[in-house]
Design a binder for this molecule. Structure first.
Ligand code: SF4
Length: 244
């Protein structure tokens, strides 16, 4: 069920003039993507989601980590039945799995859970990149096969490793468009939106976990620390490999 506080997002500054189509990646013009990336620097996230939905139709999916439901809340206002992908690495915190169910129920999500092709093992103890490869990268690539575009909730304010995150770009590795509707949002923007729209909060957020992934690789951080410094603590790894 969608929340009762739903209100329409601000309109696009300029109407989308392209014929709504699901394009194959080979047809998408790179200069259009670059132009949209510049334009969307100052656009509200709802308008960016709306453009992506009109441009890519059913070829658009939203990949959610479920450390929060910010982008989900924004996206379902524009596209109530948008497909949301959750990568079940088999190593999520119990709190995350509980949170997935709460968010799914609240928004009546069109949720697809994608699992790895391997059983739980000990690879995370000695091969972090390999573990992320089989539990995150491969499952996401499999879920995105045949799509035109994907969205996620990356923000520049997540930490230094994401400071240059574009709002829209060509995902060279996967051969499709990547859209980051909340890339420009500050922590204050998120806090304000979350408060105004009464968003569900992940239980671990209240326990010092500003960035939440798998339990073997996620630690709480102290106030003022890089929010992502609790991920893969003690190693030089900063990203799982799905956000390049
Ligand atoms: S975050 Fe850790 S446990 Fe999760 S897939 Fe990556 S290495 Fe494995």
């Amino acid at each position: 069920m969608r929340p009762s506080s739903v209100s329409p997002s601000a309109p696009l500054e300029e109407p989308v003039t392209e014929t709504p189509l699901t394009l194959r990646p080979s047809q998408i013009e790179l200069d259009e993507i670059e132009a949209r990336a510049r334009e969307f620097e100052t656009s509200p996230p709802g308008a960016i989601v709306r453009w992506a939905a009109e441009r890519f139709g059913d070829g658009l999916v939203l990949a959610a980590s479920f450390q929060d439901c910010l982008l989900i809340d924004i996206a379902v206002r524009e596209v109530p039945d948008i497909e949301v992908i959750f990568l079940d690495t088999q190593y999520h915190f119990a709190e995350t799995l509980w949170y997935v169910e709460q968010v799914k129920d609240r928004y009546q999500l069109n949720l697809t859970v994608v699992e790895p092709l391997v059983d739980p093992d000990n690879r995370w103890q000695h091969d972090l990149d390999g573990c992320c490869g089989v539990r995150k990268v491969e499952p996401l690539n499999r879920a995105l096969a045949g799509r035109s575009a994907w969205m996620s909730g990356l923000r520049r304010a997540d930490g230094p490793s994401r400071a240059d995150t574009p709002v829209v770009f060509w995902d060279e590795q996967r051969g499709l468009v990547k859209v980051n509707p909340v890339a420009t949002w500050t922590d204050e923007d998120v806090e304000g939106y979350s408060r105004d729209h009464d968003l569900l909060v992940h239980p671990l957020t209240l326990k010092g976990y500003p960035s939440i992934g798998c339990w073997p690789c996620t630690s709480p951080v102290a106030p003022g620390e890089d929010p992502r410094s609790g991920r893969w603590k003690g190693s030089d790894k900063t990203e799982c490999g799905i956000n390049l």
